[in-house]
Design a protein around this ligand. Structure first.
Ligand SMILES: [Zn+2]
Length: 279
């Protein structure tokens, strides 16, 4: 999702069930593509990369600032980079890829689901024609497709990036199975989702309105909050996973400088062959 602030404008209509998820995201993407200017910081609040030493910095675009912009349905303060639009989870993913993998230096065949605008062009520069983006509701993605029926060969990708997508899928197991299918044996994936390490996955199919989901899961289009059994869902798709907490992989000075939060990411490796189609 490009800008939560934009989705926030539709929240009333979404909660009242007047605007569907598809309509809301299509409008967000369309308006984002038509708008060259990202939200601006307050005058004097920011400095271009490398000019004045400021308290915080975006690792993706290099913007330094005393303060970032508020973001999200709850308007969290000091979150969004005023230059590239990154929020905490984007910066965590970027820093993880840069510091803990060879993603930034070795071109690969990459599948990126619902690509974040702040990273998409930068990743395409690295991976060229090997970089493929998909989205359900974004006509600007390389392939507009449902993640549960991917139009790709078994083992077509070396790397998959999927951040904050699976919680939007009512029945997530076929989607996870598809991600496992199109990843080559030995390939790896980074998956990010709303995640609580202290509880099992919380989902309830009887909660079936945007308003109910907002209350239960914190977002009108989310179907669950993942928990410590997520490794089992991934294993069903042939993905061995390890949960990494931002607070464990980045020291406090890094977390402060780049405005990271307590997000988790799941680093997955594809084991052996592909799982059976009907597992
Ligand atoms: Zn930035």
């Amino acid at each position: 999702m490009p800008f939560g602030l934009n989705l926030k404008r539709f929240l009333r209509g979404v909660v009242d069930d007047e605007i569907t998820e598809e309509e809301a995201y299509r409008r967000v993407y369309r308006e984002d593509a038509l708008c060259d200017d990202l939200p601006n910081a307050a005058p004097g609040n920011t400095s271009p990369a490398g000019t004045v030493a400021s308290d915080i910095e975006c690792p993706i675009c290099g913007m330094q600032a005393d303060r970032f912009l508020p973001f999200g349905l709850d308007n969290r303060p000091n979150v969004q980079c005023p230059s590239c639009g990154s929020v905490e989870r984007h910066r965590i993913l970027w820093l993880y890829l840069a510091e803990h993998t060879d993603f930034m230096t070795r071109p690969a065949r990459v599948l990126h689901t619902a690509p974040e605008p702040c990273m998409e062009d930068r990743f395409r520069d690295i991976h060229g024609a090997g970089y493929v983006t998909i989205d359900r509701f974004n006509a600007f993605a390389d392939v507009e497709t449902d993640i549960k029926t991917l139009p790709f060969e078994d083992g077509q990708f070396d790397v998959i990036l999927s951040s904050h997508v699976l919680e939007h899928i009512r029945d997530d197991r076929p989607a996870i199975r598809e991600l496992g299918r199109v990843l080559r044996p030995g390939g790896w994936a980074v998956i990010m989702v709303p995640y609580d390490p202290d509880k099992p996955t919380y989902e309830d199919s009887s909660i079936d309105t945007p308003e109910g989901r907002l209350e239960a899961f914190g977002h009108p289009f989310h179907f669950r909050i993942y928990g410590n059994d997520m490794a089992e869902r991934l294993a069903e798709a042939g993905l061995e996973s390890e949960v990494l907490a931002a607070k464990d992989i980045f020291d406090p000075a890094v977390r402060r400088r780049f405005r990271l939060n307590r997000n988790h990411l799941l680093y997955c490796r594809k084991t052996g062959g592909n799982p059976p189609a009907n597992s």
